[in-house]
Design a protein. Structure first.
Length: 354
């Protein structure tokens, strides 16, 4: 018996074509002419669903333009020009600007916000992607320089922030704001662990102190008055013990400063910014780390790994703005596709928390 090969045809996706016709109405001697919907910008444009799909694939799934066009042809059997994708991204960037302004305003009014930055390769140069974020909102922007120039720029949240700012101990952060500065303790705990393994006693006591204070702050009201002063005195007592264990290096003849040990360098930072070390326990809702900010930067690093670099400043800005919108949608448990479809259909949308 010879078996026959069965061929199964895949069902084609449903396509919907909407025709808009312009009409004139004469009333009281005046001719009134209709208007096309805002989303209609060409004689035969793609609908909002296509623009949402290519935006999501480009930004959220880091797909290059050529792969997006190939995937579109596989799914729908039609060719898609790369310029169509770029036009959709530019339109999304324009529509996202009011949403970005509202997210910046919410972050500036929040009690605790996490700040971080990372390098991006762009047009053969190194630029910087800065973020300000919390559990509800994400703000991302690209700047040519790192530090004070970026933090004082128009796009920065920190320059007009009055709450508790959690960061990685970037020196310029202490110059750019009057807010309460809080150090990220994921870095401090790792650095202390590196000293504990060779046998540092003060590092072990300080790590235990910070973790116990974190546990207390997570289940209790913020510390005030006498209770806060007792914790501060205990912290300073551990640093005094550290001075004996990790004394400053002996001066050497000649020019230049003597080289300090890693323990001494860490101790200096802990003493110089002692209020910022324990500040997470003084305010309600202040995180122990800035891990959320680092997670919000990770998609840009994945995009850079896949594509190699950003081809233009405009492309990097568009990607940052749309990634911030998508990140905020996910934090607020909104359906990203439904939200972007409403955005591209020029319907009223909002990212106000809650």
């Amino acid at each position: 018996m010879v078996s026959k090969r069965q061929v199964f045809a895949l069902p084609q996706p449903k396509r919907e074509v909407t025709e808009h016709q312009m009409g004139d109405i004469e009333c009281c001697g005046c001719v009134q002419q209709g208007e096309y919907p805002p989303a209609i910008r060409a004689s035969v444009p793609y609908g909002a669903g296509v623009r949402v799909l290519v935006t999501n694939l480009s930004v959220a799934h880091t797909m290059p333009l050529a792969q997006i066009c190939c995937r579109f042809a596989d799914l729908y059997g039609d060719e898609l020009n790369s310029e169509t994708v770029e036009t959709a991204l530019a339109e999304g960037d324009e529509l996202a600007r009011p949403l970005e302004a509202s997210m910046v305003e919410q972050l500036q009014q929040a009690e605790g916000v996490q700040f971080d930055d990372t390098g991006l390769r762009m047009e053969g140069t190194l630029q910087w992607l800065d973020t300000a974020s919390n559990a509800w909102d994400t703000h991302l922007f690209v700047h040519a320089k790192r530090g004070e120039a970026a933090l004082r720029s128009e796009a920065s949240v920190l320059k007009a922030f009055g709450g508790s700012a959690v960061h990685d101990c970037l020196a310029s952060s202490f110059k750019c704001s009057e807010c309460r500065l809080v150090l990220c303790h994921a870095h401090r705990v790792r650095a202390l662990q590196g000293l504990i393994e060779p046998g540092s006693q003060w590092a072990k006591e300080l790590q235990t102190f910070l973790l116990d204070l974190y546990t207390y702050a997570a289940h209790s009201p913020p510390l005030h008055g006498q209770a806060a002063e007792e914790k501060r005195q205990k912290y300073r007592a551990i640093l005094a013990q550290a001075e004996a264990e990790a004394p400053p290096p002996e001066p050497k003849p000649g020019k230049g400063r003597p080289k300090s040990t890693p323990g001494r360098n860490l101790l200096k930072r802990l003493k110089d910014h002692d209020d910022a070390v324990v500040a997470f326990a003084w305010g309600e809702g202040v995180p122990f780390t800035n891990n959320q900010a680092e997670r919000d930067l990770r998609p840009a690093k994945v995009t850079q790994k896949v594509r190699g670099c950003f081809r233009s400043q405009q492309g990097a800005n568009v990607s940052a703005r749309l990634q911030a919108v998508i990140s905020t949608c996910r934090k607020q448990e909104r359906n990203v596709y439904a939200f972007l479809r409403a955005l591209f259909a020029y319907q009223p949308v909002s990212l106000l928390a809650g």
